[in-house]
Write a protein that binds this ligand. Structure first.
Ligand code: DGT
Ligand code: CA
Ligand code: CA
Ligand code: ZN
Length: 572
């Protein structure tokens, strides 16, 4: 149990007391204590050992006893008893703008509303406006508050959160009293979706740091402003938490707030075995309470006897064991990428001409780019016929002569039909430099059928790559039902590459599957599937996913030179 855990529980107790209609001074005492503990610059475990709990502002004898019970046993009987009387959904209600504890209790008592969905339904059906103290306006406010709350709970794509965080960090960095500033949390780990943005700053001037943050133009509402932590809602509806620490704590705090929670828990277990303690303030020797370090993140890991761990790997999926053996993967970097094998042009449903695509690829420093337009069976995307491709190849030849410095390859994205066949005859497929085969329909087949389709495409010796293998669209469509083990095995056996599609709402194969597939010998290509030259930048998100999947440059075909790559595709 650390400061955050204790503060969280005390806050919930305060909220439950409010809902129960207890005298306000009782709930306020818990909120005040939680607030003070959240802002403490010292570990509450230490304060307890020094017998100083009651010196924390707002912590009297009663609350101190609750804290002791929590620290000693990890549980609190009083809290558990309250939980029995207050449904958890009701606690969510009071987190909604314009629904306080009084209204939550009113809705619960009069209409039996115990969660957010029920509340929205009641507002939609105008059952709230006639309750005492309500009215049409108040009902509308509740409805708006619920919608905002639901939006806040949704995870947002990394590609939406990342530029916003970058922007905030850049602005904070400009103040000279802010000495360091970094992303933390899931954003620093480059997870595909983000719950909220966490930012950590180092400064000797805490309140000035909080002031400038809460006044940024991106902020639409300040949820909480404290001495060391503030939370705001930005104009795109995403929550941002900023914490400020003193410079000598920056490394330990960055480590702690980067997470993941599972990674941190495992680290602390290792620390314990070594007679050390790690928290957001530093690394300490338990026996002497001596601070061993914590100004830099490397110190934290080194003191625990391991290499510094790339944030993208911190998910407790074997990285701690690997770092201890000095055996972390040498993860693939953006600078390793030498080309893109899946880009659309205006020949099918892309926006730009082949020449423009080639110039943009060259500007990115690529050696090659494959124009991989849709094939004829995908009519809605303007799929190309045999004749179309032959004419396209003429244009590619002209563009290759004209531009130079980047090689435009003849690609295609053929469809895997319901039986697992692809658009063209072998003799024609042979003429492409690279053939990617993807599923674009028939998603409702069962697992055996879908798996058989993809396996058939894998065993087609002219198919080099399986495009976006699981077909998921984040927030919209779940992955197809597939026997991935069988697919990975077949891909490894046949030397068929699996795509990591970098489109921010695909990121398909996803991180965990990449690692699983790599372990059975699969090789990959990181493509963008760009439909305009602006989308070539999505490689950044694909790359982050590749890193999270432990891929090294050697696992990824488009890190090789053109010549080597063509050999690997079986084209000499
Ligand atoms: P998210 O926001 O859902 O995408 O995921 P994270 O990983 O950013 O999680 P968040 O924002 O709740 O917390 C940021 C980091 O702070 C998290 O990665 C680890 C640390 N942390 C948060 N809550 C706890 C906790 O209850 N215990 C421990 N040990 N660490 C926590
Ligand atoms: Ca977060
Ligand atoms: Ca957070
Ligand atoms: Zn495509």
């Amino acid at each position: 149990m650390d400061n955050q855990d204790i503060a969280f529980i005390l806050n919930e107790i305060g909220e439950m007391l409010e809902i129960q209609g207890e005298h306000p001074f009782r709930s306020r005492a818990y909120h005040r204590a939680a607030y003070a503990i959240q802002g403490l610059a010292e570990d509450i475990n230490d304060i307890y050992k020094e017998n100083n709990l009651e010196k924390i502002p707002g912590v009297g004898k009663g609350i101190a006893e609750r804290i002791v019970e929590l620290l000693k046993t990890g549980k609190l009987a009083y809290y558990e008893e309250l939980q029995e009387h207050v449904p958890p959904g009701l606690l969510q209600l009071i987190g909604i703008q314009s629904v306080g504890p009084k209204k939550a209790k009113l809705f619960y008592d009069k209409l039996g509303i115990a969660d957010v969905e029920e509340l929205l339904k009641a507002a939609d059906e105008h059952r709230l406006k006639d309750l005492p103290g309500m009215g049409p306006k108040a009902e509308e406010n509740v409805r708006a508050g619920v919608l905002e709350f639901q939006h806040l709970r949704e995870r947002i794509l990394l590609s939406e959160a990342y530029p916003l965080a970058e922007n905030i960090i850049r602005q904070l960095d400009e103040f000279d009293f802010i000495l360091r500033v970094s992303a933390a949390g899931s954003l620093r780990r480059m997870k595909e979706t983000i719950g909220d943005i966490d930012i950590l700053a180092a400064s000797n001037e805490f309140s000035k740091t909080m002031d400038v943050f809460c006044n940024l133009s991106e902020v639409s509402r300040v949820l909480a402003k404290g001495e060391t932590k503030s939370s705001v809602i930005t104009q795109i509806g995403l929550k941002v938490d900023v914490r400020v620490v003193s410079p000598e704590q920056f490394g330990a705090a960055l480590q702690y707030f980067t997470g993941s929670k599972e990674h941190n828990i495992h680290l602390r277990e290792i620390a314990k075995k070594k007679g050390l303690k790690v928290n957001e303030y530093g690394v300490f020797e338990v026996k002497t309470e001596k601070r061993m370090g914590g100004a830099a993140e490397e110190e934290v890991y080194n003191l625990l006897g391991m290499q510094w761990v790339y944030p993208v790997l911190r998910e407790n999926k074997g990285e701690i064991e690997a770092a201890t053996l000095n055996n972390l993967p040498n993860i693939v970097n953006l600078s390793d990428i030498k080309g893109d094998l899946h880009v659309h042009s205006n020949w099918s449903d892309g926006l730009n001409r082949i020449k423009d695509v080639a110039r943009a690829a060259k500007e990115r420093g690529y050696e090659y780019v494959a124009i991989s337009d849709h094939a004829e069976k995908l009519k809605i995307a303007g799929g190309l016929t045999v004749d179309d491709y032959r004419r396209q190849w003429e244009e590619i030849e002209v563009a290759n002569k004209e531009i130079g410095g980047v090689t435009i390859l003849r690609g295609t994205e053929v469809n895997i039909d319901n039986e697992g066949n692809v658009d063209f005859e072998d003799d024609f497929l042979r003429e492409f430099d690279v053939v990617t085969a993807s599923i674009h329909g028939g998603f409702s087949q069962n697992k055996e059928q879908l798996t058989r389709r993809i396996l058939r495409a894998i065993y087609n010796k002219h198919v080099n790559v399986i495009g976006h293998p699981t077909g998921r669209i984040l927030g919209k469509r779940p992955p197809y039902l597939l026997d991935l083990k069988a697919i990975f095995k077949a891909a490894a056996e046949t030397g068929t590459f699996l795509e990591l599609n970098s489109f921010p709402d695909r990121l398909d194969l996803k991180d965990d599957y990449l690692k699983e597939a790599k372990d059975v010998g699969v090789k990959f290509v990181i493509n963008t599937d760009a439909h305009s030259i602006g989308q070539l930048r999505y490689i950044f998100y694909g790359l982050a996913t590749a890193q999270r999947g432990w891929l090294e440059a050697g696992d990824v075909i488009n890190t090789y030179s053109l010549e080597e790559m063509m050999k690997m595709l079986g084209k000499e």
